[in-house]
Ligand binder design. Structure first.
Ligand SMILES: NC(=O)c1ccc[n+]([C@@H]2O[C@H](COP(=O)([O-])OP(=O)(O)OC[C@H]3O[C@@H](n4cnc5c(N)ncnc54)[C@H](OP(=O)(O)O)[C@@H]3O)[C@@H](O)[C@H]2O)c1
Length: 235
């Protein structure tokens, strides 16, 4: 299998790279990073720098790739050094909102746009993105985090729409949105203090759980939002 992991330098992305590299069925992994130089090295893994906010970069990077069996996008953002997620509408800042859209929602669709030819081989394949349960409109009980929630809801709509299009044009591909559970990474670190210990997963535990879900997916499962434990979440 030929696998692409986008955001392989992040907490969750790195666990995907490490766990998939151990599998005999996996022949090669192309993993992307942006600002964080990757530390994990493995003969099956080649690291490539990619800025997901730059469509031209995504396009030229895509052109040098070959056939793909699995693509998992594990890149994303929740906060920046000078900006946390909003507690109240008073804190809404259009620049921060658009940054969330630019990193959380648009890249998955640009990857689909520029990589779709690489899935035309007809083998059962997977195109998955790590979303977040807080992007579920129906499940929103707490409010807050306007920019992040909205960007993940937009991502979810993009995934659902892509799944419908690819059922016609790439019926071998299962398109999936994933919720990893609260996972101990730099992204969640400032918000972990109220999370009960048993509900804070290590990246390896979260990714192992998501891999169990992904391993079982068939093309007819396309267009769904999966939690790490196999529950189908409402959009
Ligand atoms: N951790 C959680 O509890 C949790 C819960 C729900 C959903 N999620 C989702 O899971 C995904 C992974 O999050 P994480 O917790 O692993 O976060 P993380 O450790 O902060 O990793 C974020 C990743 O996104 C990449 N990235 C950010 N901006 C980028 C850009 N412009 N171009 C390319 N790559 C970029 C980073 O690359 P560099 O570091 O190389 O710049 C890094 O690989 C995100 O989509 C997040 O929303 C996480």
């Amino acid at each position: 299998m030929k696998i692409i992991i986008i955001g392989g330098s992040g907490g969750i992305g790195r666990a995907f790279v490490e766990l998939l590299a151990k599998r005999e069925s996996v022949g090669s992994i192309v993993a992307s990073y942006h600002q964080t130089t990757p530390v994990f090295q493995h003969p099956k893994v080649s690291w490539q720098r990619l800025d997901l906010a730059n469509e031209t970069a995504i396009q030229s990077w895509s052109e040098q790739l070959d056939e793909i069996d699995w693509l998992i996008n594990a890149a994303g953002m929740l906060h920046q050094p000078d900006h946390g997620p909003e507690k109240s509408i008073r804190q809404l800042d259009p620049d921060f909102f658009l940054k969330n859209i630019k990193i959380n929602a648009i890249p998955t669709l640009l990857l689909a746009k520029h990589l779709q030819a690489h899935f035309k081989h007809g083998r059962k394949s997977l195109f998955a993105t790590v979303s977040a349960k807080v992007g579920s409109i129906e499940d929103n009980r707490l409010g807050g985090w306007y920019s992040y929630r909205t960007s993940k809801a937009a991502l979810n709509m993009g995934i659902k729409t892509l799944a419908i299009e690819w059922q016609r044009t790439l019926p071998n591909v299962a398109v999936a949105a994933l919720h990893p559970g609260t996972t101990d990474t730099a992204l969640s670190e400032p918000f972990q203090k109220n999370v009960p210990k048993e509900q804070l997963f290590s990246p390896a535990n979260s990714v192992n759980a998501m891999l169990s879900v992904l391993d079982a997916l068939e093309p007819h499962d396309t267009g769904k939002f999966w939690a790490f434990d196999g529950e189908i979440l409402p959009w």
